[in-house]
Ligand binder design. Sequence first.
Ligand SMILES: [Zn+2]
Length: 280
Amino acid sequence: MIVNKISVNKILFDSGNLFSLAIEMTLTSQFTLLTEIDPDPVELVNASSQVPLLLLCEHAGHAIPKSLKNLGLDKSTLSSHRAWDIGAETLARKLAQRINAPLILQRYSRLVIDPNRPPGSSESIPEISDRIEISANKNLDFNEREARRQAIFEPMDQAIQAAFDFSERKAAFSIHSYTPVFDGHEREWNAGFLSRKSLSTAESLINSVAQMKPDLNLAINQPYQIDDETDWFIPQHAEKRLLPHCLIEIRNDQINHETGVSQWVKLLAKAINDLMKGLL
Ligand SMILES: [Zn+2]
């Protein structure tokens, strides 16, 4: 048996900060997926911040482990919305910087394994994405699935757990983006605020954004809804902790350029600050 040791402590956190103490550990896996040349799966920004909220960006990256040979996909698919949430990483980083909040980012593409789907669910390792077949994800055996779960899904999940263990969080926000046209259908909303058990949080955010920019088309629970089968962070972490939370979806044509990102950073920072004032 090949033993692949992954130092989660090294992967997640800058040396010397307090947060690293909370998750000092070593995962031992019998499966090898990532090697020295592959990026670490999880990155934590503002790790030592004790600002009492948590930001997540599960679909920030579009890296593919070298051993998976780009999943047989061409460059245009790997840089499209199928592989990642375009613009979400930049928005999440700048937002974290602006409000000094801790942020957890995933570096690997959701086409390898989706960090926001329950492992084993039909969309966890997708065989099709917006009309493109991912043949390399078909007929995977238990070991191949488990290797992806242990190397990519698990470190992110543990980082989330560690962030909650490290310091009290009074709210959590997950930052995503979506494509303007999906499966042939246009999505007219500028942004969606998703929640099923914390609707007042979604409503508070939407009201603050609408006050600042009334011309935006904003929606609750569009273009997706939270569901146990298609979500992980909200059902498994935010709802279970009874935390005020929201999954924020921005249409990606507004955050694929600097001006748009700056505008959304400003809007979301104000909306989150308005909300937090009521929670502290
Ligand atoms: Zn997403």
